[in-house]
Structure formats: C-alpha cells, structure tokens
Design a protein around this ligand. Structure first.
Ligand code: NAD
Length: 349
C-alpha cells in the first residue's frame, strides 16, 4: 500500500491525521490542506467507504476544495475536511461524536468543523461538548450560523442568475428553463427561489417521489435521474453528487451553462476544458457554492450577523464574473482560471 503523499490527490497538504477510538468505534480522518489564510475550515462527512484509501482520497480532495472555496469567498480561513468512516449500517453514536470532538480539540484550533453529508446541527452540538472548534451550531434568527444549506442555495441562486446574464444576456429568470439534479437541501432551496421568480423547472432526484412532489408544488416537471443532465434547458444545475460532469455526460449536455451547488462536479481536470470547448459556460463549484461556508465561517469567527452573511453571499456573482472574464480573455477554461486565482490567494503555485 502506498503512503498518503503518493496518492494522486495529495497536493502538499500540511497534515493528514488518523484518529481511532476503540471504545466508541470512531475511525476518522482529518486532512488539513492549508492554514495560510487562517484555521482550516471544512465540514465532517459521515460516510461508509469501501476501503480506507477511498476515505483518505475523499478527505484530500475535499480539504483542497475547502482551501480554494474559503479563499475565493474572502474568508480568513484555510481549508480542511474530516471524514468519519461509518460501518455498513451507518451507526452513529454520541460517544463516537464526542470522541471526534476530542480529536478536533487535540489539533489545538488548526481545524474547525461543521456539518457535511450525513451530519446535522444536533451532531455539532454533541461534538461541541468536547471542543470549541466547531461551527454550524443551531442559532437564533438574525445570527450567522446554523444549517448551511439555505445559504448555499441562496448563493447558487445568485450564481445561476449571473450565468443567465452572461450566457443568455437576460436580467431576469422569468421563463428561463433550469434543470436541477438533486432536490435536497441545496437543490430544493434553489428550486423554490427560482420558482419564486418565474423560472421554468425540470427536476430529478433518486428519490423520484420527492422530485414529483416538488414539481407539483412549484409547477415544474419531474424526470428520471438518468435523464436530467441531457434535458434541453438553458441551465443545468448539479446539486446532488460530485463527478457528474464526465466525458460522456458533457457530450450529451444540451444547455448554455452549468451552474450548481454540488462539490467536485468535474470528474477530471480535462472535463473543464471539455465544457469550454463545447462553448458551455461553467460556474466553478467552489465559487458558486460558498454560501454555506460564509454562513458558518462568520459564525465561528464571531464576525457578523445574518445581514453580513447576506452581504458576502451577494458577492458570489462578482467572483464568477471575474473568473468568466479572465477565461474569455485567456482562452483558459473557467475551472482552471478559478484554480489559478485560488492557488495564488493561498500562496501556492
Ligand atoms: P442533500 O443530501 O440534502 O440532497 C442531495 C439530494 O440529491 C438528495 O435528495 C438525494 O436523494 C439526491 N441525489 C443523490 N444522488 C442523486 C442522483 N444520482 N441523481 C439525482 N439526485 C440524487 O445534500 P445537500 O446538502 O443538498 O448537498 C447537495 C450537494 O451540494 C452535495 O454535493 C454537497 O456536497 C454540496 N454542497 C452542499 C452544501 C450545503 O450547505 N448543504 C454546501 C456546499 C456544497
């Protein structure tokens, strides 16, 4: 077996920590990609992996993405990510979460957690009984923090509007056709915001009943999850899993722009070039989906309230514009331009 630094996704991460607590059954990885701009912030994912190399790879990729996302969001925070390796039955206990909290505490504030897939704000409260380096805790109305989903959805909504403006030259979403993959916390919130301003929606979820219910409620159409990326639409918005933009799916796209909330949408770096070569505008995922980390980042830093969160989320379209403009001027795909800007911000080449 190769060492962590031999894995293809190792990107000079500052440190990668393995934690095990036999009493609670905790097995966790915390990857710290960069603390150049501040404490490494990024959520913890609770997930069943086929093997530990896949779990380490996930932590490496996601933590690098957080460095880029936090830098592009203008937050004084570095990038990190944790994964807790779930058993097949996804058994999650308070003892396990407390042991995870002690693991975070042992890093002395270099890593700050929040919720990601498989975790809730109640879980953050349990983790917070062992460490103060936690965000995404339940909050009162008007404060920064709490569930990042609605903030992410708001940022993606503003980013979709920016993509509509750039790709279609329209100032309004009315009658613009948006196909959304994944109607969960982010995709569902996005669908509601778009419907509120008169967009035409096509929705898909592996939970097909859920997609149908949203479509009935918001006046859109539901299609099968296999069909959503190839729907003829103005905008395709991936809001489910990563690695959905592949050589094959990109060839089948029939849209002017891809702008969605899912993390790590491109399967490989070349897929950014494939989108560009097809003339499809791409909103780099970590730029458009930063609303949630802006919300919980400001909560952790104690730097402002809900109004400040909204002011900062409102800057997401400007950052996308900057990336698209540089892409148009240089002929480099938007994904590569964003990586270049982000790397510069975190002091890397
Ligand atoms: P979620 O679990 O609430 O929703 C995901 C939805 O996608 C679920 O309804 C699920 O059934 C559906 N889904 C899964 N696989 C699918 C498939 N193949 N086709 C269609 N639908 C499918 O998760 P979420 O919080 O909405 O996050 C969605 C994506 O956005 C993830 O990639 C996540 O990493 C990313 N993201 C979320 C946040 C946040 O604040 N929640 C922030 C940044 C990025």
């Amino acid at each position: 077996m190769s060492a962590t630094w031999d894995l293809p996704d190792f990107d000079d991460h500052e440190s990668v920590h393995l934690f095990r607590d036999p009493e609670s059954g905790l097995s966790a990885i915390i990857a710290i990609h960069s603390t150049h701009l501040g404490p490494a912030a990024g959520g913890v994912r609770f997930w069943h992996y086929q093997d530990s190399t896949l779990a380490i790879t996930d932590a490496l990729r996601l933590s690098r993405g957080m460095s880029f996302k936090n830098a592009m969001a203008g937050l004084p925070m570095g990038g990190g990510k944790a994964v807790i390796l779930a058993d097949k039955a996804s058994t999650k206990t308070p003892e396990m979460l407390r042991a995870f909290g002690r693991s975070i505490e042992s890093l002395g504030g270099r890593y700050v957690t929040a919720e990601d897939v498989g975790m809730t704000d109640d879980d953050m409260v349990v983790i917070g009984s062992e460490t103060e380096h936690v965000s995404g805790l339940p909050v009162e109305t008007g404060e920064a923090g709490g569930d990042p989903g609605p903030s992410t959805a708001m940022g993606v909504f503003l980013g979709v509007k920016a993509a509509i403006k750039r790709a279609l030259g329209k100032d309004s979403v009315a009658d613009v056709h948006v196909a959304i993959q994944g109607i969960g916390s982010v995709g569902g919130g996005l669908a509601r915001l778009l419907a509120g301003e008169g967009a035409r929606l096509t929705l898909a979820d592996v939970n097909e009943e859920r997609a149908r219910a949203f479509a009935a409620d918001l006046g859109g159409e539901a299609v099968s999850p296999d069909a959503i990326l190839a729907v003829e639409a103005d905008i395709v918005s991936p809001c489910a899993l990563g690695a959905v933009l592949t050589e094959r799916s990109i060839a089948e796209l029939r849209c002017a722009a891809v702008a969605g909330g899912a993390n790590n949408q491109l399967e490989t770096r070349e897929d950014g070039r494939r989108l560009f070569d097809r003339g499809i505008l791409y909103a780099p995922d970590y730029v458009i989906n930063a609303g949630g980390i802006i919300n919980v980042g400001l909560e952790y830093l104690g730097q402002g309230d809900r109004a400040e969160v909204e002011t900062r989320i409102a800057k997401i379209p400007e950052r996308l514009e900057q990336v698209w403009q540089e892409s148009a001027e240089t002929g480099d795909p938007a994904s590569e331009v964003a990586d270049r800007i982000a790397r510069r911000l975190i002091g890397r080449r």
